[in-house]
Design a protein around this ligand. Structure first.
Ligand code: HEC
Ligand code: HEC
Length: 330
């Protein structure tokens, strides 16, 4: 940029008053848009529902529970994201077609819509892109798009379902993943005690409230925040004190090859955390108190007191939301 147009764009002359007025206007706008009780809360409540197209959801649900989408006809999305286990996998690492074992723990698909990226290392940008992953993955469902389409076309019950979801369209693999992603929009868990508290509807008990205060004050909230209490940034496991836990190919490093990305993961959501054991990318821990202690030590750099860990566990009880309606019907 030349000197002339640098001046021309007015960047030379500082305009402190205008900047101040702008900042005040932004602040006023931000505070008028949010509920006064929650204006300065780092966690935001979930909405009651997300707009979705019912015909696509119906098809997506059928596909989510469809073992014919796997090479040996035994594995569906629900095999590793099981409704009765918080839509996660109770096994430390998932087991796919022909009994092949993976190296990672399946995160819950509940509220996954709100993650800024999908997978532990964020390699998929959204739910539709994500859904193609497991179908093709040789240790998960191991199907090419062509093979998956052949299977679905052999089943006449899909004719009507696709026709209702995508009228007049010749469907292909992108419609399969589109419908699954639409179904996943219904897998949200509103009205947890924390959300109701954040909306000013209820009070937390004294220990829940103290647990929440510690969660914020000790610094857990620097990584676990926002609408999903996680799911919105990449952070290190071992930010302050390195861990021995093997990244098992789940970290950003596996994707970028950049040293900076070693042991850096998409922060997992803490919503419904009591239902989604075992924990961590490799499923190596089932004891939630142990995890809270690990987090304090490796990610905050100090040992939590026993009673602090216990209070955070009480706070975790407020993070269980309402089970999606579809789980009752299944
Ligand atoms: C064999 C087990 C298995 C099957 C089958 C499976 N998944 Fe997964 N899923 C996993 C594992 C393991 C991960 C984490 C992998 C990673 O991060 O690299 C995962 C990650 C995800 C995520 C990302 C969640 C997040 O927080 O990042 C979503 C969404 C998801 N799966 C949906 C699906 C859908 C939809 C299907 C069916 C098309 C499916 N999965 C089939 C095991 C499975
Ligand atoms: C520097 C960022 C950071 C801080 C601070 C942090 N965490 Fe985490 N947390 C993570 C990351 C990254 C993971 C995933 C680690 C892995 O899978 O190896 C995680 C995982 C978890 C899990 C397991 C979730 C699951 O589904 O596997 C829990 C529970 C948890 N954190 C609670 C806490 C608590 C409680 C605190 C405060 C004492 C805390 N975290 C502080 C980044 C952080």
């Amino acid at each position: 940029m030349t000197e002339a147009n640098y001046k021309h764009r007015g960047l030379r002359k500082a305009r402190p008053l205008a900047a101040l007025r702008y900042a005040i206007a932004c602040l006023a706008m931000a505070t008028s848009l949010v509920h006064p009780v929650t204006a300065f809360e780092p966690i935001r409540p979930l909405p009651q529902s997300i707009d979705h197209l019912p015909a696509l959801v119906a098809l997506g649900k059928k596909l989510f529970f469809e073992p014919a989408l796997s090479a040996d006809g035994t594995v569906s999305c629900a095999s590793c994201h099981a409704p009765e286990f918080g839509w996660a996998d109770p096994r430390p690492v998932s087991i796919g077609v022909h009994g092949r074992t993976g190296s990672l723990n399946a995160p819950t698909v509940l509220n996954a819509y709100f993650n800024f990226r999908q997978f532990w290392n964020g390699r998929a940008g959204d739910l539709q892109e994500q859904a193609a992953g497991p179908i093709h993955n040789p240790v998960e469902m191991d199907m090419s798009p062509e093979a998956a389409l052949r299977r679905l076309r052999q089943d006449p019950s899909y004719d009507a379902a696709f026709a209702a979801a995508f009228p007049g369209v010749e469907w292909d693999f992108s419609h399969v993943t589109r419908a699954i992603a639409e179904f996943e929009k219904t897998l949200i868990t509103p009205n947890s005690r924390l959300d109701r508290y954040l909306r000013g509807e209820i009070q937390l008990t004294a220990s829940e409230s103290e647990g929440y205060r510690l969660f914020k004050q000790l610094g857990c909230v620097t990584c676990h925040n926002g609408i999903n209490i996680g799911g919105n940034s990449y952070q290190y496991m071992g930010a302050l004190i390195p861990t021995e836990i093997d990244a098992a190919g789940a970290d950003r490093y596996a994707l970028t090859g950049n040293e900076f990305d070693r042991n850096r993961f998409k922060v997992p959501t803490l919503r419904n955390i009591l239902q989604t054991a075992p924990y961590l990318h490799d499923g190596s821990q089932s004891d939630l108190k142990k995890i809270v202690e690990l987090m304090g030590y490796h990610n905050l750099g100090f040992r939590l007191k026993d009673e602090e860990a216990d209070l955070i566990l009480v706070f975790f009880q407020t993070l269980t939301g309402e089970t999606p309606e579809i789980a009752h019907r299944q």
